[in-house]
Design a protein around this ligand. Structure first.
Ligand code: FES
Length: 106
């Protein structure tokens, strides 16, 4: 599945991800700046924070309690469409997923 990232300056970057990996893993593999992922995907750091395009929000798996709690402490403002990209597992039905990067992760 492909993922489209929008940087805070409006720059658009499209990458090819593999099914089964997380959006965070795909982003770090493709050197997407703005995803730090300090904890390596264990839902412990919130430095993989993204804003999910509204059209995709309902198609993502439900948020876990850890993720919910961590997002409250994210460096950039939490919004209704905030998620941790390490908790978004990619499948074929998420092809074309659109994620925006926050202006900071720390
Ligand atoms: Fe640390 Fe997602 S990589 S919470």
């Amino acid at each position: 599945p492909s993922i489209i990232f929008f940087h805070p300056d409006g720059r658009r970057q499209q990458i090819e991800a593999s099914e089964g990996e997380s959006a965070m893993q795909a982003a770090t593999r493709h050197d997407i700046s703005g995803i730090l992922a300090e904890c390596g995907g264990n839902a412990m750091c919130a430095t993989c924070h993204v804003y999910v395009d509204e059209a995709w929000l309902a198609r993502l798996p439900a948020m876990g309690g850890d993720e919910d709690a961590l997002l409250d402490g994210a460096a950039a403002e939490r919004q209704a469409n905030s998620r941790l990209s390490c908790q978004i597992r990619l499948a074929a039905d998420l092809d074309g997923l659109v994620l925006s990067l926050p202006d900071r992760q720390t």
